[in-house]
Design a protein around this ligand. Structure first.
Ligand SMILES: C[S@@+](CC[C@H](N)C(=O)[O-])C[C@H]1O[C@@H](n2cnc3c(N)ncnc32)[C@H](O)[C@@H]1O
Ligand SMILES: [Zn+2]
Length: 289
């Protein structure tokens, strides 16, 4: 619930403390933010750039596919790493949380700990808000300074979502853990050519390191391959929840998927990296940002 995470948040306008006041979150200076009926709070002010927000259809496809348990080995790996690296205090933060699927798995491993789900899609937030009893979900743009107190976070997870190295570092406790999941170069490789999917950038690993920068030290890296055996309808959900859904006509995609023979065998491949937040004195933020 939102009340569980409020002590870890700050007003995005004045950095003051926030408290639940009826159907709003309110700071001591009087800035107020609506709490939606579905349980998430909207902290965004001004013109939000919603261009990268997952649509209703993408979120429904994601909920269907993840709910089928196909990526369970990834949830387990993230939760296990998070539990191993957790410092025993502070909240868990999921940047670009989507439906809250992975955050819920982490919270299951960390009894009593609150989890903040940030996303820019209200469709995703509606689901994230009820994905776990200890999740507080917030509409926020990860490219803006985060509405989270400095040093409030013990573990921050970022799964297939935007990354902001400087802000991630600020909100993490010194020594706190950042866990980043990206697709490996051959993710869904069997489908890329046949369905005309967007292929994964070969330089993704370098880009992760560049985006988190000198503020973080690599603490571990794991490659995970998950062989999948899917129905055509599951393939549609898998493709529908990813970036290709924005670039391919649904009718064209459906026609291509209809040509696939069941079961459709495909390999999901992930790169999971854990970083430790370095003490500020250990790096020079002026030389690189
Ligand atoms: C590929 S989905 C991954 C969702 C979730 N982490 C998962 O793996 O199930 C990317 C998510 O990032 C969200 N997103 C995109 N741009 C964002 C931004 N600037 N700030 C916050 N969330 C953003 C989308 O709405 C979407 O839910
Ligand atoms: Zn305020």
């Amino acid at each position: 619930m939102l009340a569980d995470v409020v002590p870890y948040l700050q007003c995005p306008l004045c950095a003051g403390d926030l408290a639940v006041a009826g159907t709003t979150l309110r700071c001591s200076a009087g800035h107020a933010f609506d709490i939606a009926r579905q349980g998430y709070a909207n902290l965004l002010t001004g013109r939000a750039n919603l261009g990268t927000a997952d649509t209703l259809e993408m979120v429904a496809a994601r909920a269907d596919f993840l709910g089928g348990g196909h990526f369970a080995p990834l949830s387990e790996l993230i939760a296990e790493r998070a539990a191993a690296l957790d410092q025993g205090e502070g909240c868990v933060l999921d940047a670009g949380a989507g439906t809250g699927h992975y955050l819920a798995a982490v919270l299951d491993r960390l009894p009593g700990r609150p989890g903040v789900a940030l996303d820019i899609s209200k469709h995703a937030l509606r689901r994230a808000a009820r994905a776990h009893s200890r999740i507080g979900a917030l509409a926020w743009d990860v490219w803006r300074p985060l509405p989270v107190r400095t040093g409030a976070v013990s573990v921050l997870i970022d799964v297939f979502a935007p990354r902001s190295g400087a802000e991630f570092h600020r909100v993490l406790r010194p020594g706190g853990a950042l866990i980043v999941v990206t697709p490996a170069a051959h993710h869904l490789g069997e489908l890329v050519g046949r369905l005309g999917l967007i292929s994964v950038d070969e330089r993704k690993a370098d880009r992760v390191a560049e985006s988190v920068g000198e503020r973080f030290a690599l603490a571990g890296a794991w490659s995970l391959e998950v062989p999948l055996s899917l129905t055509r309808s599951e393939v549609l959900s898998l493709v529908g929840m990813g970036p290709s859904a924005r670039h391919t006509e649904p009718a064209v995609l459906r026609a291509r998927v209809a040509d696939l023979a069941e079961p459709v065998r495909v390999t999901a491949a992930f790169e999971v990296r854990a970083f430790e937040a370095r003490e500020a004195a250990a790096f020079d933020v002026r030389s690189k940002s």
